[in-house]
Design a protein around this ligand. Sequence first.
Ligand code: IPD
Ligand code: CA
Length: 254
Amino acid sequence: MNNELQKKYDFACELAKKAGAIAKDYQDQLLKGNLEIDVKGHQDFVSDADRETERYIRNQIEATYPEDGFLGEESGATAESCAGVWVVDPIDGTTNFLRKQSAWCVSIAYVVNGEPVMGVIYDPSLDELFHALQGEGAYLNDRLIEVYQGSEAFVGLVNLGYSPKMPLENYLNTMQRLLNQGIEHRRHGSAALGLAHVAAGRFDGYREDFINAWDIMAGVVILREAKADVTAKQIEGGYAIQASIPALTALLAG
Ligand code: IPD
Ligand code: CA
């Protein structure tokens, strides 16, 4: 194993936990009405919690690995192009976070030449750390995780994401295909956590037809290492993501 990459992996796991604790403190402040919330767009909010958590993560990365690039949801990308780039969503599931719900997480990926090679997703509400380094397996805390490899989806529970950037019809068609097969769906509102939960076997699939890099890069490595079927197709301005147990791939794709 590449020693330098292993160090970065350990660093990322610690960083996600520390950042998660910072964000969680902010969510506790919400109960006291002390958090300022800005509207970025339709159904798109940002708060001091997002900005401060990302600032913390970015400062730690820049101080430890100044040669690497950075791309974050709130502060954007470093100007110069680098072989290794940290791709960060400080709080994925911001709406859940702001509505005092528990489905949100910190997502940190390390991407080399456009390919994610390590991913860390931390859920502070449950103290769950999903993590993977390419070639080394996927883990939930200390437990190795792998998706169901059988030929039939015996449970059938899929998490969907909807982006207003894509036709509503796509989303409804996906839902219809699933329902016609008796497969349940949910929309949990955190793509990163949704992907991690597919890797851990809590969902059988995830699909969203337009999504940003910071929402999915960590999840893609974790899913690949958990032997899920994963497609992150580059489209204009972002990605279309689909991840599932192999038995559901064709149905979810449509
Ligand atoms: C959003 C969430 C949501 C997904 C959106 C994302 P945010 O990220 O992951 O579930 O459907 O595409 O933008 O705004 O909560 O960080
Ligand atoms: Ca996000």
